[in-house]
Design a protein around this ligand. Structure first.
Ligand code: ZN
Length: 343
């Protein structure tokens, strides 16, 4: 390795690879290589980095994969030019928020094959992050702050322990690839149309029973969903009794209908009642009659053929959630929505 350092000093090479050298630590001499842009230290036995490394202020790419780090080395907080950071195949249990604060220019972060349970909310400080990969870890949930990293185009959370994803993930309108395979997801939240540019979605090997409302309007190229427990199609005759709506629901529906007329008394009065406005913001729209409703709905599914309805290569069929306002609408025979029977 000493030879490599001497050579790098002489040639002033921008890139230095010391992969697979059985190194257990880095010599302090490293601090002299201030012109280095790319440094590969993967496949060694490193468990810490010397603080002198902060002198490498030109460094934009650092590969520390397949080493023995138990935490993200603190010196990284001072390498603010870093754009690509690889930390896969270590024993990292938690991400230090101080280090995240020091990496505002990071574009790619790879933490695959570690033991991370929690991603701290400070992840939002990585405001330029485009690609994040945290496969084969122990993640149990995703912080809502992810929704503010608007630059993200690719996220990979394959093989974790996620039971859900936050609705805020739908505000990532640049997201093109999302991998959530082999987690414990039981459903995807409503609001899926926020993913305007999503092309690949992998939710294989979860516990999903149905896809969220409007899912068929996504412009996906590929969808992986095998190994879930999607509701099967089983024709059954069923006429539902007429329901009795609560006073709250009846008034909410009236306000929602009237509130859409911009000159109505109600729509002018609403801004003075922010709590009511907030409550009404969770309204839904009946897929049959297009009328608004607040909380009482009838959950149905429609069966979407991926080729016919979504222009994808596969001709498989998926169940997509549909909400109806009343049994009256359900009992009409001019739609192809099916009631959900939970068994
Ligand atoms: Zn209706």
């Amino acid at each position: 390795m000493a030879n490599d350092l001497v050579r790098a000093s002489k040639t002033k090479a921008k890139s230095l690879s010391l992969s697979c050298r059985k190194m257990t630590n880095l010599p302090e001499d490293f601090a002299r290589l201030t012109w280095i842009v790319i440094l590969k230290l993967n496949n060694n036995y490193l468990s810490d980095l010397p603080s002198e490394l902060h002198c490498l202020q030109q460094l934009t790419e650092l590969n520390l994969g397949n080493n023995a780090f138990e935490e993200v080395p603190s010196v990284l907080a001072h390498l603010c030019c870093l754009k690509k950071l690889y930390l896969y195949g270590n024993k990292i249990r938690h991400l230090s928020s101080q280090v995240l604060e020091g990496l505002p220019n990071l574009v790619l972060l790879n933490l695959n094959h570690n033991q991370i349970k929690v991603i701290p909310s400070e992840i939002k400080l990585l405001a330029n992050l485009e690609s994040l990969s945290v496969t084969h870890n122990h993640l149990e949930h995703i912080p809502v702050e992810f929704g503010s990293i608007k630059s993200l185009t690719e996220i990979n959370f394959t093989n974790n322990k996620l039971t859900g994803i936050p609705q805020q993930l739908y505000s990532l309108s640049r997201l093109r690839k999302l991998y959530l395979a082999r987690n414990n997801l039981t459903e995807l939240p409503e609001g899926v149309l926020g993913w305007k540019n999503l092309k690949i979605l992998d939710v294989a090997g979860n516990h999903l029973s149905v896809f969220p409302v409007g899912f068929q309007l996504l412009t996906l190229d590929e969808l992986f969903f095998e190994g879930n427990c999607l509701v099967p199609f089983m024709a059954m005759e069923s006429i539902q009794e007429k329901e009795i709506l609560s006073l709250k629901e009846l008034s909410a529906r009236l306000i929602l209908r009237e509130g859409t007329h911009i000159f109505s008394v109600l729509s002018r009065a609403l801004p003075f009642y922010p709590e009511l406005q907030d409550l009404l913001s969770h309204w839904g729209q009946c897929a049959v009659c297009s009328q608004p409703f607040l909380t009482t709905w009838l959950e149905c599914v429609q069966f979407i053929n991926l080729r016919k309805h979504m222009d994808m290569k596969s001709s498989e069929v998926i169940p997509v959630r549909v909400l109806l306002c009343s049994h009256d609408c359900f009992n009409r025979n001019d739609h192809r929505y099916y009631g959900l029977v939970r068994m």
